[in-house]
Design a protein around this ligand. Structure first.
Ligand SMILES: C[S@@+](CC[C@H](N)C(=O)[O-])C[C@H]1O[C@@H](n2cnc3c(N)ncnc32)[C@H](O)[C@@H]1O
Length: 301
């Protein structure tokens, strides 16, 4: 528990608790659609060029891995896009928690989703076989370390010449946009509580701003590029709804007043604040995180 807020949130176990259910998956679906609207693509242009130009050289299907794939929404959309272009692919999603996976019967045959802890040593059969490794929204697991622990695995999974495509949002940053006479006091207070909790735990999301530098400093990648995408104003309402869902899930991490009467923030006081934050958003206040950062890099041949 962190002393400044009384929260018992732990990013390392957050995704494996039984509380991860259809609500988490629904939120990830919304986040996926919003990311796609923001980027306007599934494969970044360097990666797309690589897919198009390497088509004749490939002897088998294009192999794509999605790490921390959640409900597989990105892979499902990629399947449709590749199929339209006549590209045969094998799309493999890996996640430590299979709770959000759709039933295999509802997935195209080219998509396989498997339970795997990608922070543990890599199974041999995943070494050197992928043309593309995609990872998105994994930063909360890397706030103590930056990208360093994951890059050796990503590098090992890729074939020489293959691409990593990595997308992240600063999960510690909430920009509250006032609406008319409603400044968004409760939204700002929640934002400050969560920032204080993150600081108390020593969480550092700033590596996202230098995602390309993290990949470069690992070595073994060429043509590393970063792109920064501003969220669209017309999507602010939907991003706000996505963030309200996260804030709603966080309430369970505060102690009940009866168990911790001296805690600065209790579950009851947080839920009261949350109710007021929701009211503010109903008055038009928006909460978002500004930008999405993407980095791509090519495994040296
Ligand atoms: C914020 S969600 C992002 C899901 C998906 N990439 C997306 O953008 O919709 C993070 C995902 O990482 C998964 N995850 C957390 N720790 C993991 C680990 N050690 N190995 C594999 N997946 C993990 C979670 O279960 C969750 O599905």
């Amino acid at each position: 528990m962190d002393q400044s807020t009384g929260m018992d949130y732990d990013p390392a176990t957050y995704w494996t608790t039984s509380a991860k259910n259809f609500r988490s998956s629904a939120r990830l679906h919304l986040q996926h659609f919003l990311c796609q609207r923001t980027f306007g693509y599934l494969l970044e242009s360097h990666v797309q060029d690589f897919v198009s130009h390497s088509q004749d050289e490939r002897s088998g299907p294009l192999r794509v891995a999605d790490l921390g794939c959640g409900n597989g929404a990105w892979l499902c959309d990629l399947h449709d896009e590749l199929a339209k272009s006549g590209i045969t692919a094998q799309l493999d999603g890996y996640d430590v928690n299979a709770a959000s996976f759709p039933a295999p019967a509802f997935l195209p045959p080219s998509i396989r989703l498997k339970e795997l802890d990608i922070l543990k040593p890599l199974p041999e059969d995943l070494v050197g076989v992928f043309d593309i490794v995609h990872i998105r929204a994994f930063a909360s697991l890397l706030v103590d370390t930056g990208v360093a622990p994951l890059l050796p695995f990503i590098h090992a999974m890729l074939r020489p010449g293959g691409y990593v495509q990595w997308e992240e949002i600063r999960g510690d940053k909430f920009i509250v946009e006032a609406s008319g006479d409603t400044p968004g006091v409760a939204c700002n207070t929640i934002s400050q509580i969560l920032q204080a909790g993150g600081k108390a735990r020593g969480s550092d999301f700033t590596f996202i701003d230098q995602l390309d530098q993290g990949i470069k400093s690992h070595g073994g990648f060429d043509d590393v590029q970063k792109r920064v995408f501003e969220k669209r104003r017309q999507d602010y309402k939907a991003w706000t709804e996505d963030i309200l869902m996260v804030w709603g899930e966080i309430a369970v991490h505060f102690p009940l007043k009866a168990d911790a009467s001296s805690a600065k923030i209790t579950k009851e006081s947080f839920l009261d604040l949350y109710r007021r934050a929701v009211e503010e958003t109903e008055q038009g206040v928006a909460v978002h995180q500004g930008v999405i950062v993407t980095a791509v890099g090519r495994k040296a041949a």
